[in-house]
Each structure stands twice: as C-alpha cells, then as structure tokens.
Design a protein around this ligand. Structure first.
Ligand SMILES: *[C@@H]1O[C@H](CO)[C@@H](O)[C@H](O)[C@H]1NC(C)=O
Ligand SMILES: *[C@@H]1O[C@H](CO)[C@@H](O)[C@H](O)[C@H]1NC(C)=O
Ligand SMILES: *[C@@H]1O[C@H](CO)[C@@H](O)[C@H](O)[C@H]1NC(C)=O
Ligand SMILES: *[C@@H]1O[C@H](CO)[C@@H](O)[C@H](O)[C@H]1NC(C)=O
Length: 481
C-alpha cells in the first residue's frame, strides 16, 4: 500500500514539475532533416514538460503524427512541395492522402487542426516550379477534407514566405503581393477567405539582418532603440511589426481584409553566422514572447495570433544554400538539450526549459585526427574538405561556436561529424590512416563534439526485446501491491 502511495505522490509531483504553461497561442515547428531525429514519443513528452500545446510538422509521416495521439497537442501536418503535382492532378490522390494521413489519425485520437499544402512553394529559388499547382492542390485537399466531414475542424492553408508580398518603399502601406505571382496570390487569398482558413506566413527579422549589411540591428529586435519608420500616423520600432502590417495592407488591397493570420515560422538561429548566437536568440524570443503575451499584436493587427516558433531542434541535414545558420535554428540542440533560457509564457521570467528525457545515444566514442603522422598538410586538407562535404562543419570558423579550435581541432571536428553521421562505423573513421577513434570527449568550451543518437528504428527494435521484461516486471509489481 505504501508503495502505491509513493507511486501516486511521484505521479502528482511529476504533473506539477514542468516548466509551467506556455502561452496557449504558442507552438513550435519540428523539422526532421537531421541524421538522427529525436524519437517522436520523446518529443511529445518534451512539449508537455514545457507546456507547449501546438506543433507544426513538415510532412505527415504516420509514425510521427501517430505519436501525438491522445496528447491534446494540436498538430499541423504538412504536404511537401514534391507531392503538390500529384495532389493537384487528381482528386482521388488527395482523397487517398486525406484518408490515410488525416482521417485515420483523427480517428486514432490525434488532434489535427491545420494542413499546410506545400512549404514556401513560391520562393524565387524554385523558379515557378510550384506556382501553377499549389492552389489546385489546396482545392483538392479541401474537397477531400470536406468529404471526410472534417471541414469545420481542420483548416487547409499553405505556409508562405514573407517574400510573397513586398513594399517598394519599405513602408507597410505601400505593400502589395509580389507582381510575378499577383493573380495566384489573389486567388489563394480568396480561397482562404471562403474557407475561413488562415494566411500562414513565415517572418524572419534575422534574415533581413543577414542579407543586408546596412540593416539597423536593433530594428530586428523588440527592445531596441532603432530609429524606426513612420507610416500613416504609425511609428514602427521593429521589423516584425512592419513586415506583418505589410501583409495586412496587401490583403486589404487584394479585397480580403478579413483573412486571419497565423505565423508559421518565426525565430532566431544560434550558430553559423556572426549574428546567430544564443544571446541574440534569447533577446529576440524574450521580446517576441512578451509581445505575444500582451496580445497587442501589431499596429494594424492588434490582437493575439497563433505562432509557431522555429524551431524545436537543430537539423544537421538542412540545405545550407541560404546560409550556414540553417542548421542551427533549434531552441533545443539536436539531442533535446535547451540552449538558452526562455519564458514560453511571455512573462519575461526566462529560465532554462526542461530537457528531453529518454534520449538514447550511440556509444561514447569520437573520431579525431591522430596526434602523430599528421604532417602531410595536403592529405589532411583533402580529408578535411571531404569530411565537411559530407558532414556538418557549419560551427567552424569566425564568430561561431567552434571558432576557438586550431587547424588540427578543425580537422578533428570535421572527422567526428562524418563519423557520427555514419553511425560510428569504423570505416568512417579512417581517412587514409589519419584518423582514430577515442573514448574521451574532445569538446572544448563552446565547441561541442556531438555523439549521434540511436535511430528511431533501432530504438523500436530494442524495445521489442525490453517488452518481455516489462510485462514480467509489471506482473511482479502488481503482485507485490
Ligand atoms: C502520407 O504522408 C507521408 C509523409 O508525408 C507520405 O510519404 C505518404 O505517401 C502519405 N500517404 C498517402 C496515402 O498519400
Ligand atoms: C532555377 O534557375 C536557375 C538559373 O536558371 C538554376 O541555376 C537553378 O538550378 C534553378 N533551380 C531550380 C530549383 O530549378
Ligand atoms: C470584414 O468583416 C467585417 C466585420 O465582420 C464586415 O463588416 C466586412 O463586410 C468584411 N469585409 C469583407 C470585404 O468581407
Ligand atoms: C577552421 O576552419 C574554418 C572553416 O573551414 C576556417 O575558417 C578557419 O580558418 C579554420 N581555422 C584554422 C585555425 O585553420
């Protein structure tokens, strides 16, 4: 009986032990472009512990989505751009997708609320590949959702980058949808209005700072002394407000001022660029979350908005075409450790979030440059280039977390990244005899040499073995009570 009471007390403590409630409108993005993404049940627990009740995914991987069953966490599923063609062509394809990836999950207890059809499909770098097919795909998915009887509960939209609108003068009131896609945007906005679906927009003050040397740094934050911009009796003191209000003007001018707005992505990276660090990320989130808590919204949109922070964890396999910072957007590291203090409730009482529990690592071993026989500069240089072309070296270099390494340290870091990405295979730590596996962590100061996580597939395999023990244990325990 005592044992039972203890279990009960521990369970109650556990319920109250979390970080506290996050703002109800705050969610996070979770992308899986990592060599070993976190195990989905670990993520579900991580969100619960930190009081976060919304998640945005980039696909509808059945196992990942299924992990949210019964959790009350509201889920946005995504449709990758590569699938738009198929879904735009044929109603049956959309019905098939909805049946398998939405209806089935809803029946299984997953609280799906939004579907993003495509992810930033109108980026200029895609050369119009998705311009003609995004709206037809949205319409087919909407039709299938309606047919499944889910039209009221689940809203169909498309995550769009803020570059779908622009202002020639930088004043929000001169804002309008981009010329080359104006007609399409007008039709999309009309579709959203008709179906009471939100405009889903990604806004990045960091990118404005990154792309423009003359951008006033304080204008990217909410607490700065930026000079700001005046526009029709409104004084803008930060870029987020000005950007969102440019969208408000664009919607107004397109004749659809009542479309609601959800922020699909907003955040700040912590490595890979001189402005990407934990201090700036902390400052940005602090200002942003306080603003969201005040429910003041922006001057022209003075109310709260559902917002998905970008991002939950780092992703070491994201494309770095836009910049090396792309792999460092996580509020948490690749293995679910918090990077900086933050208050998800927006009260400004920053504290370290709760780390992920139950993360399963591979063995404690690292791959480094051998201390001897490494005088062949050319061979070492070639090995470094090769390791970095396959592994992730975005933390190396000026003003980054591994700026403190010397050349040999650089090489070791690159070797280890390659070794871990290859699941610690012995062949991946050879480099023509230049490399060796070591049992001691070579991490130095802010420069962290990671250990790969166990892949989800391997965890599931291991659990099948454990299951037998668990059943036996439960039986004994019940007997004991
Ligand atoms: C469900 O979604 C997954 C992941 O996005 C995709 O691979 C799969 O093809 C989808 N299933 C159907 C039936 O369309
Ligand atoms: C877009 O066009 C440019 C220039 O023609 C080309 O270099 C690039 O590979 C194209 N991108 C895609 C995604 O097709
Ligand atoms: C927007 O909503 C307001 C208030 O509900 C309504 O009066 C107005 O007609 C709507 N405007 C349009 C263009 O639908
Ligand atoms: C380490 O590598 C980075 C990126 O390749 C480079 O910028 C830096 O100069 C290197 N450091 C040394 C000491 O060679």
């Amino acid at each position: 009986m005592w044992a039972f009471c203890m279990v009960l007390v521990m369970a109650l403590c556990h319920l109250q032990g979390g970080q506290g409630e996050a703002l109800k409108d705050i969610g996070v993005n979770w992308g899986a472009m990592a060599s070993t993404p976190l195990y989905p049940p670990v993520v579900v627990d991580l969100l619960k512990e930190n009081g976060i009740s919304r998640i945005k995914l980039f696909d509808a991987d059945p196992w990942t989505v299924g992990a949210f069953s019964g959790s009350d966490i509201e889920v946005m599923v995504g449709i990758p751009n590569e699938m738009l063609k198929k879904l735009s062509k044929d109603k049956d394809n959309a019905e098939h997708w909805v049946k398998h990836n939405v209806s089935k999950q809803v029946d299984g207890g997953v609280n799906i609320r939004y579907i993003s059809v495509g992810n930033e499909p109108f980026l200029k770098s895609y050369n119009d590949s998705f311009v003609g097919i995004t709206l037809p795909a949205m319409k087919n998915v909407q039709r299938a959702i309606n047919k499944a009887g889910l039209g009221d509960k689940i809203k169909v939209t498309s995550a769009l980058n803020a570059d779908v609108y622009e202002s020639a003068t930088d004043k929000p009131s001169d804002g309008t949808f981009r010329k080359d896609i104006y007609d399409i945007m007008k039709q999309i906005v009309s579709f959203l209005d008709e179906n009471k679906s939100p405009f889903l927009v990604n806004i990045y003050p960091f990118l404005s700072l990154y792309q423009n040397e003359d951008f006033p740094k304080d204008y990217a934050f909410f607490d700065g002394n930026a000079k700001g911009t005046d526009d029709k009796n409104v004084h803008y003191t930060n870029m987020f407000d000005a950007n969102l209000d440019t969208l408000i003007w664009s919607l107004k001018k397109a004749g659809h001022p009542n479309v609601s707005i959800v922020i699909g992505e907003v955040g700040w990276p912590t490595d890979g660029d001189k402005n990407a660090n934990e201090e700036n990320a902390k400052r940005f989130y602090r200002g942003f979350l306080k603003r969201m808590a005040s429910k003041k919204g922006t001057p022209l949109h003075p109310k709260s908005m559902i917002t998905y922070l970008f991002s939950l964890t780092d992703e070491n396999q994201k494309s770095i075409a836009p910049g090396d910072f792309e792999r460092h957007w996580g509020i948490f590291t690749y293995d679910g450790k918090p990077k900086f203090s933050i208050d998800f409730s927006g009260k400004g009482q920053d504290k370290m979030p709760i780390a992920a529990k139950g993360v399963v690592y591979q063995e404690k071993k690292w791959c480094v440059l051998k201390q001897v026989n490494n005088n062949n500069k050319q061979a070492v240089g070639e090995a470094l280039t090769y390791a970095c072309s396959m592994g992730d070296c975005t933390s190396l270099g000026f003003a980054r977390s591994c700026a403190n390494l010397n050349l040999a340290g650089n090489v070791s870091y690159a070797f280890n990244q390659y070794f871990q990405i290859n699941d610690q295979s012995v062949e991946a730590c050879d480099f023509n005899g230049l490399a060796e596996i070591v049992p001691n962590d070579p991490s130095k100061g802010s420069c962290h040499f990671p250990i790969a996580l166990m892949s989800s597939a391997n965890i599931v395999k291991a659990m099948h073995h454990v299951k037998g023990y668990l059943i036996a244990f439960t039986l004994i325990f019940t007997f004991f009570l």
